[in-house]
Design a protein around this ligand. Structure first.
Ligand code: TRH
Length: 386
C-alpha cells in the first residue's frame, strides 16, 4: 500500500480571510510535516496576500513555502486522469471543477475525496464526521471531514512545532517587547493590560472602549488596520492607519498593520487578552492559552448564537463572566449600559479564565491534530479498499 504523494486543496474565498487562512495553514502543514506534494487552488490571491505578503497576485502558478499555489479561475476541460492528486479536498463544500471530477473518476486508483467542513462545537458534528456521500453518477465517493473539539471529530489544526515556539516566545520578555515595539508599542504600554482586537464591524466596540476608558486599569488595545474601522476611527478622531494612537482616560488604542499570519500568532501570544473571530483566529487564541473572547461569524436566524452557546457549554460553562461577556459581545444577550460591570467581573476573573484556557489547550492537544487525523482517515479508507 503506497502512501499518498500528492494532494489538491480547493479553496474559494467567500469573504474575509478565514477560508484562505485555514487552507494555507493546512497546505503548509501537509507539505512540511508529512512530505506531501500540495497544490492549493485558490480563487482570490488578493485576500491571500493580506495574510501572506509573498503571494504574487498576478501569477497563475507559484511556489510558496513548498506549496504549489494555483490561481483558480474557470479552468475547465483542462484536466486528465494524470492531473488528479492522490487526495482531493474541497473546503467548505466548494464546487470543484466538473472536469476535474470527471478526471477523478477516470483515474486508477481513484483519489480519496474529502469535503472539509467548518468548525462547530454542536453535538451533531460527531455523527456526521467521516460520513460518505456517493457521487450520483460517477464511481466516486466523497467523505465529510469535520474539525472539532472532541475525540470523535477531526480535531483542530495544530502544527507540531507550535507549542515549542510559543513557549520560547512567551518565556522571553525582551523578545515579546521587541516584537511589539516594531508596531510602536512603548514600554509603558507593555506594562499595561494588552488586548488584541479582531472582530466583525457589528461588535459593540464603542461600549467596551468606554468601559476601558473609565476603568481603573491601564489598557492598551492593539487593533490591526481595517478591524472595527468605524469605532476605531471615532475613538482616534483620525484615520485608523498603522501607527495611529490615542489615549483617553485609562485606554490607549493603537493601530497596527494587518500582519502576516505567523506574526498574528505572536501578537496573540504577547497580549493578555485576545478578541478573535471566525474560525482560524478563534483556534489560534485557544493555542495561545490566554483569555479570549470570540466574535462568531454571523449567520441567518441567529444560528451562530446556537453555535456560540455550544462552544461555551464545552469550554467553560461555569465561568459566568466569560459567558456573560461572550453573549453580550455577540448580541445574544443585551448588556445595555452594563458593560462597565461586565468588564469589571471579567477582569477580576481573568486569572481563572486563563487557567481554564491552558487546561483546554491540553485537552484539545490530546485529541490529535486535524492534519494527522485526516491522513489517518485516508489511510483507513485505503486499507479498507485493499
Ligand atoms: O477573516 P475571518 O472573519 O474569516 C471568516 C471565518 O473563517 C468564517 O468562519 C468563514 O465562514 C468566513 O471567514 C468566510 O476570521 P478568521 O477565521 O479568524 O480568519 C482570519 C485569518 O486572518 C486568520 O488566518 C488569521 C489571519 N490574520 C492575519 O494573518 N493577520 C492579521 O493581522 C489578522 C487580524 C488576522
Amino acid at each position: 500500500m503506497t502512501r499518498p504523494q500528492s494532494l489538491a486543496l480547493f479553496c474559494k474565498v467567500v469573504d474575509n480571510f478565514g477560508d484562505i487562512g485555514i487552507c494555507w495553514r493546512l497546505a503548509r502543514q501537509l507539505q512540511q510535516e508529512h512530505g506531501i506534494d500540495v497544490a492549493l487552488w485558490v480563487d482570490d490571491l488578493r485576500s491571500f496576500q493580506r495574510i501572506c505578503p509573498e503571494v504574487a497576485i498576478n501569477a497563475d502558478v507559484q511556489q510558496l513555502a513548498g506549496v504549489t499555489v494555483r490561481h483558480w479561475r474557470d479552468q475547465e476541460g483542462e484536466f486528465s486522469a494524470s492531473d488528479v492528486a492522490d487526495i482531493v479536498i474541497e473546503f467548505f463544500g466548494v464546487d470543484i471543477p466538473p472536469g476535474y471530477i470527471t478526471a477523478m473518476a477516470q483515474r486508477e486508483p481513484r483519489p480519496a475525496w474529502f469535503n472539509l467542513e467548518g468548525l462547530s462545537a454542536e453535538e451533531w458534528v460527531e455523527g456526521c464526521h467521516t460520513l460518505p456521500s456517493p457521487h450520483p453518477r460517477l464511481p466516486l465517493k466523497k467523505h465529510f471531514f469535520f474539525p472539532g473539539f472532541t475525540s470523535k471529530t477531526g480535531g483542530l489544526l495544530h502544527e507540531a512545532a507550535l507549542e515549542g515556539q510559543r513557549e520560547q516566545f512567551q518565556s522571553d520578555q525582551a523578545t515579546m517587547a521587541a516584537f511589539m515595539a516594531q508596531f510602536g508599542v512603548t514600554p509603558e504600554e507593555m506594562a499595561s493590560l494588552k488586548v488584541s482586537l479582531f472582530c466583525y464591524p457589528h461588535a459593540p466596540v464603542p461600549k467596551l472602549f468606554e468601559a476601558w476608558q473609565d476603568g481603573d486599569t491601564a489598557v492598551t488595545c492593539v487593533v490591526p488596520q481595517g478591524v472595527a474601522a468605524d469605532a476605531v476611527r471615532t475613538f482616534l478622531g483620525m484615520d485608523a492607519k498603522p501607527g495611529a494612537v490615542r489615549t483617553v482616560g485609562a485606554l490607549t488604542v493603537r493601530v497596527l498593520p494587518f500582519v502576516a499570519q505567523p506574526d498574528y500568532d505572536k501578537l496573540l501570544w504577547a497580549c493578555d487578552l485576545n478578541f478573535v473571530r471566525g474560525e482560524d483566529s478563534f483556534v489560534r487564541a485557544q493555542w495561545a492559552g490566554k483569555p479570549f473572547i470570540w466574535h462568531i461569524y454571523p449567520q441567518d436566524k441567529d444560528l451562530h448564537h446556537v453555535k456560540l452557546r455550544a462552544f461555551l457549554g464545552r469550554f467553560a460553562p461555569a465561568l459566568q463572566s466569560l459567558n456573560a461577556v461572550s453573549l453580550a459581545w455577540n448580541g445574544a444577550e443585551d448588556a445595555g449600559s452594563g458593560w462597565p460591570a461586565l468588564w469589571a467581573q471579567f477582569h477580576a476573573e481573568m486569572p481563572i479564565i486563563g487557567a481554564r484556557t491552558a487546561d483546554w489547550r491540553s485537552e484539545m492537544l490530546a485529541n490529535g491534530d486535524m492534519t494527522s487525523q485526516l491522513l489517518k482517515f485516508e489511510e483507513f479508507l485505503r486499507s479498507a479498499r485493499g
